[in-house]
Design a binder for this molecule. Structure first.
Ligand code: ZN
Length: 593
């Protein structure tokens, strides 16, 4: 195999890869943004529908014009952060983007004011293509404070709640943990020791959990202080911004309504028994009476070693998508053919995986570190699902309509994983292979739908406790966490005592102005499981429906997208479809015990 097959070709993003030409292009990007500012600053308030259309179209043209060069710089750096040219580009693009951001910051503020004074613009037929984009801005307007207040908030956050977040993250990243591995005591940083949670060695999994959470618990006073002020700050800010509940800010950001989240979370609560049934089955597969917390997502002991060469993985993934739709499968193949994937494992490459949509090129780029394991093939299918979302979206929408929120952003990717699951299951020869595939799908589902739901309940319970006037010290917060967790797991899992400190390490609880970040994961998981169930029921006639949903980007709300499929996502019936899909997988696993 030609080694270049696994390395992406970024040169397609720019007219020339010559560093001087890249630099020039970045400079012209800043100059054009500043020209726009000079033309429109202070004048947006006076625009009529036609004038506003011109502004929005100009903004979209600007994005498409400079997307290639900014992507080129970013992707080069994520491909090799030790490369000197990449470092230079990364720094240059960061500075240029900051200047563009500063030059164009007035647009959002002035646009908000314009819409607040002329809400009828939102429904003006001239602006039809931007309708939902404008609706979303209008929804935020009543909660905006004056310019001076907003500036003050940025200043106080910088040394206030943002500092707590930094403390939590610095604390975690500088801790080390001593653990004995094969007779030798090793001192590992947090990022490394958590890798042992997935070890096939059960005792090692247990000891790594024990040592991490025992040590985190010792600093409970730090974690509790941090989480307490972050929550209290959010409650105060919610009142100032006139959010009716602590969740409102997040609902607006995710473009959904309270009723949808309530239906979703009710469905989760109603179905905890289903998840617990899976956990009991998994215990059986692992030869245990009951799972301990360190077994919940552990690999099955008798999982067969599967080896996937790059080309074999490509074939599986392309065929999985091809079986769904030839156009979609063709695009997935094109991603490989045009070398838009970077799978090579090398030093300096950013860890994890991502897909960056390339709207101007009506395509995408994907990065992953491909280690020939089944999990890597799943990652590939997942990221290529994002790519398909970009292929369809960029053909149908302007960039303003492709700001896709977290609830919908994972639709193509998780659906792609399920297509791969079907394909792998149909080809699996042994019971053990089938078990390994189903367990990996159900582990993922269980984490995203149920484990994450515990965090949603936990976060809500902290705000409720504060409202009741309770003081959140470490033990109180731990109690709230254990209550939320047990609501999901019941008695299906044995927990190490120290797991009551599990909440201490989740960075997002400490993030400034980023509350209720969890339920979109639950939404996304169950949404796609429901869609897959519809696909099973409707067969081929479902294909164009899913393609329409993906092509809609953010031009429609999740509720409108659900309606396109014939469902009301505020109704539990829709979410039950997702559970039905999970139940089918669990049944299949039971048949293959
Ligand atoms: Zn994803």
């Amino acid at each position: 195999m030609n080694k270049d097959e696994m390395i992406w070709d970024l040169s397609q993003l720019v007219e020339s890869t010559d560093p001087t030409s890249i630099q020039k292009k970045l400079e012209s990007m800043v100059a054009e943004a500043e020209k726009t500012r000079d033309k429109y600053h202070g004048k947006i308030g006076g625009l009529d529908a036609k004038g506003l259309l011109e502004l929005l179209e100009m903004k979209d043209t600007f994005i498409l014009k400079f997307e290639g060069v900014t992507m080129y710089c970013h992707l080069m750096y994520s491909a090799d952060s030790t490369d000197d040219v990449a470092k230079q580009f990364n720094d240059a693009v960061r500075r240029a983007s900051m200047r563009v951001g500063q030059a164009l910051a007035f647009i959002d503020i002035e646009l908000g004011k314009l819409l607040a004074e002329n809400p009828s613009l939102v429904t003006d037929s001239v602006l039809a293509e931007y309708k939902h984009y404008l609706e979303r801005i209008l929804r935020r307007v009543p909660h905006m404070l004056s310019e001076t207040e907003e500036r003050l908030i940025i200043v106080k956050d910088k040394n206030g709640i943002s500092a707590w977040q930094m403390l939590q993250s610095d604390w975690l990243s500088t801790r080390t943990f001593d653990i004995e591995i094969e007779g030798e005591t090793k001192t590992l940083p947090y990022g490394e020791i958590i890798g042992l949670y997935q070890s096939p060695n059960r005792d090692l999994r247990k000891r790594s959990n024990q040592v991490v959470y025992e040590n985190l618990g010792k600093d409970e006073i730090v974690w509790a202080s941090a989480i307490r002020v972050v929550c209290e700050d959010h409650l105060q800010m919610s009142k100032l911004r006139k959010y009716p509940t602590p969740m409102t800010q997040s609902l607006i950001a995710n473009d959904i309504g309270q009723k949808t989240v309530d239906s979703l979370m009710d469905t989760i609560e109603k179905n905890v028994g289903l998840y617990q049934r899976y956990l009991r089955l998994k215990a059986k597969l692992m030869g245990l009476d009951k799972l301990a917390n360190y077994d919940v997502v552990a690999p099955l002991p008798n999982a067969p070693e599967m080896d996937y060469a790059w080309r074999k993985a490509r074939r599986e993934v392309v065929d999985a998508y091809m079986g769904f739709d030839e156009e979609v499968g063709g695009w997935v193949d094109e991603m490989f053919e045009k070398r838009h994937l970077d799978g090579e494992v090398r030093k300096g490459k950013s860890s994890g995986a991502f897909c960056a949509g390339w709207l101007a090129g009506k395509s995408a780029y994907v990065l992953q570190s491909f280690n020939r394991r089944m999990g890597d093939v799943y990652t590939q299918a997942h990221e290529l699902g994002h790519a398909i979302h970009a292929y369809l979206g960029s053909r149908a929408q302007k960039p303003s309509n492709l700001e896709i929120g977290s609830c919908i952003a994972e639709t193509g990717s998780i659906f792609g994983e399920l297509l791969l699951t079907e394909r792998l299951l149909s080809k699996a020869k042994t019971k053990e292979e089938k078990q390994a595939i189903l367990a990996s799908v159900l582990d993922g589902f269980g984490m995203a739908a149920f484990q994450v739901s515990a965090r949603v309940f936990f976060e809500q319970s902290m705000y409720d406790a504060i409202e009741r006037g309770e003081f959140l010290d470490g033990e109180t917060v731990a109690k709230l966490w254990v209550t939320a967790r047990d609501k999901i797991y019941g008695d299906s899992v044995d927990w190490l005592k120290v797991m009551k400190w599990e909440w201490t390490m989740k960075p997002h609880y400490y993030m400034a102005n980023y509350r209720f970040y969890n339920y979109p994961y639950v939404f996304a998981q169950l949404f796609v499981f429901a869609l897959h169930q519809l696909y099973r029921e409707q067969g081929e006639s479902f294909v164009p429906k899913l393609k329409r949903v993906l092509a809609a980007g953010s031009s429609k709300s999740p509720r409108e997208l659900g309606a396109e499929l014939g469902f009301d996502i505020t109704d539990k019936k829709f979410w039950e479809k997702g559970m039905k899909q999970a139940e089918e997988f669990i049944d299949m696993l039971e048949e293959n015990l």
